[in-house]
Ligand binder design. Structure first.
Ligand code: PFF
Length: 460
């Protein structure tokens, strides 16, 4: 095992929490959570989501941080060290890194959209425009491959610039700058939402449970999202855990990260719904909520042009701190397992992610007719494979390994090391039985629902 001093470590506990929260708080919180909550009936969905975060998300996050900290390695190296060179458990590491790679490629394209919208809001493009004209701006963006590729490139360069700086001077330093700014921007929008006419309606919509609208599909969606939003199953938390000091209390660190992630998602939801209701619109707009509905709302509000800038900057910052964790998870693999230098590893992986992201950027224009899995575009196929199959699969493998196969004393010591020994029995129960069962159910349903088997069989 590398010596503790040979490994880069977070300089401070706050630095780790902000970096890990930066990974967790992303487009998922501000873009996806509000619209899936909207589609699935608000309050009841939020309750199920919170339950999933506590019984599935938190225990698996602790398990990932434990694996990383114990082995001081990247995700593949961690399993190699724990389970042996030729162990099938290496698959858990590989699946996580594959997920990180795939997600980064399309996440960066969507992040590019947010940069485009920062520019659109800075130049006042929504001001005084009609709703159809504003909605057409989105169509023109996704209709243009070149424009998306340019933003995608810029975003990858930003990630590269941060990750190349290393753990303390790159990721930690930038998380300490970006996360407080992000929180400030969100607070501005939140207060604005609370003061708007739609505040009460937004609150009721997000928190009043309507169990009639809660379907099994919604429960699965809540579980899947709990995974995505906490950055689980994609090597990010294993890698970030590997830079964590042994003296840190893993429970309290994970709790803070989970709490920040959840509070930010709820604040974003409230801010968005309040202003959407305040102009009499309806929130269930699918992914178009952020890029179509919200700009229309801003065009009708006093102070809208300023709020639009705040909102899209917020999205861009959230995407950036998440994307760097995906890149770092892969960079750590090349450094730890292949002995590459950080600069070389970062540039190579960023270039690869850029290239693989290009078909995503072309999914709504040049390649619109190209269907990969089922009737899905390249973008939808990549998202399907990564978020519906790879994430739950690696989460399942991690939970089973840690719950059942990791030597009984080692994982206990890892928890106790930072002083959270009292939670061990409860955590162990969750990671052995509850989390794997829940994740397995999600995985099975996703495989059935998305027709993976019939698609595979169609080749024979
Ligand atoms: N957690 C991020 C979000 O909610 O948007 C997305 C993400 C980041 C997923 C990092 C996975 C990851 F490793």
């Amino acid at each position: 095992m590398p010596l503790e001093s040979a490994r880069p470590l977070w300089a401070s506990r706050l630095g780790f929490i902000l970096a890990a929260a930066g990974s967790a708080v992303g487009l998922g919180n501000i873009w996806k959570f509000p619209y899936i909550a909207g589609q699935n009936g608000g309050g009841a969905f939020v309750l199920v989501y919170l339950a999933c975060i506590v019984v599935v998300g938190l225990p698996i996050m602790m398990a990932e941080l434990m694996i990383g900290r114990h082995t001081r390695r990247d995700a593949v190296g961690a399993f190699r060290q724990l389970a042996g060179r030729r162990s099938p458990w290496l698959a858990a590491g590989w699946v996580s890194i594959a997920a990180a790679f795939l997600i980064l490629s399309y996440y960066s394209v969507v992040a590019g959209w947010t940069l485009d919208y920062v520019l659109l809001s800075l130049t006042g493009s929504f001001t005084g425009q009609s709703a159809p004209a504003i909605e057409a701006l989105f169509a023109s963006l996704i209709g243009s491959g070149g424009r998306q590729i340019a933003w995608h490139l810029l975003f990858m360069l930003l990630c590269l610039g941060i990750v190349v700086g290393g753990v303390q001077k790159g990721i930690e330093r930038w998380s300490k700058i970006l996360m407080p700014v992000l929180f400030f921007l969100l607070a501005l929008l939140f207060v604005n939402g609370l003061l708007s006419r739609g505040a009460w309606e937004g609150f009721v919509f997000l928190f009043r449970p309507d169990f009639h609208r809660l379907t099994w599909g919604a429960v699965l969606e809540a579980m899947g999202h709990a995974f995505f939003t906490l950055s689980l199953g994609m090597a990010a938390m294993i890698t970030y855990g590997s830079y964590l000091k042994r003296s840190e209390d893993l429970l309290s660190a994970s709790l803070r990260v989970v709490l920040l992630d959840t509070v930010i998602a709820l604040m974003a939801g409230l801010a968005i719904f309040s202003i959407v209701f305040s102009v009499g619109m309806t929130p269930a707009g699918g992914p178009g909520l952020v890029f179509k509905t919200i700009p229309v709302v801003f065009s009708q509000l006093a102070g809208g042009p300023f709020l639009a800038i705040v909102f899209f900057l917020l999205l861009a910052f959230a995407a950036l701190t998440s994307a760097i964790s995906l890149l770092e998870a892969q960079v750590a693999y090349l450094i730890d397992e292949r002995g590459w230098g950080r600069r070389q590893a970062t540039c190579t992986l960023a270039a690869l992610a850029f290239v693989v992201g290009i078909p995503t950027a072309l999914s709504y224009n040049l390649l619109a007719d190209w269907q990969l899995i089922g009737e899905r575009s390249f973008f939808d196929s990549a998202d399907l494979v990564a978020s519906n199959y790879l994430l739950p699969l690696s989460g399942l493998l991690i939970a089973i390994y840690v719950g059942w196969f990791w030597s009984g004393t080692e994982e206990k010591e890892e928890l106790i090391a930072g002083g959270a020994g009292w939670v061990y029995p409860l955590w162990h129960l969750l990671i052995r039985f509850v989390s794997p069962l829940a994740v397995a159910i999600v995985l099975l349903f996703k495989v059935r629902e998305t027709g993976l088997f019939s698609w595979l069989l169609s080749f024979f």
